[in-house]
Unconditional design. Sequence first.
Length: 248
Amino acid sequence: MEKLGNLHIKNFKIFQDKEKFCWGIDAVLLSDFAECHKNTKCADLGTGNAIIPILMAAKNPAVKFYGVEIQKEIADMAVKSVEINKLKNQITIFNEDIKNVFSVLEKNSFDYVTSNPPYMKTESAVINSNDAKSIARHEILCTLDDVVKAAAGLLKSQGKFFMIHRPNRLSEIFKCCEKYNLEPKRLQMIHPSENKAPTMILIEAVKNAKSDLRILKPLFVYNENNSYTDEILKIYGKTTISSGTSDD
């Protein structure tokens, strides 16, 4: 059932349906990791209910955002979320397949591209190819290669691509980036806690750049008592957090 939630950032709200799409901490981390300057353009591939553009718009009021989402019902939620927050002049949503992204967005014209893509390959689990959650989690309608190819094609030379993904796909991510002339520049591992292995990675890659990868200090989500760490609380910007349900 579709519901309207409060993001607690500039009193922004967002529509979501837990049976179809629900944003989680990965979207929050990516929106914080991505760096945008004013008077620029950013495309978000697989935007879902537009959580990433809305979060980024809160701290980047002079940036134009363009979200691309293939699932119509979820794209419709994104449009409603943009409208209720009065962000129509800053965020535009397209109901389109990212493999056809150049039919709605111009090549080589974006300063930034973000993406929180499906993490898992289709052969990794038994899935329902028509289920909205399965599409969000598994590479049913797009692959890692599709996402990186689209990002590279949209970016200007020296434009930046920001993505959150899984550590076990890191080698493949590097190969895809090299294939499409995106050079990894920053990488950060996200750990559930200090004594657990990383479950997510944040990556920044730059189009047509020289090699110079910087590994940031790891980010830990929970303390030993399962409370959020100071770093996570700083990212959220509050001490009481109301969000969607993470898939992690």
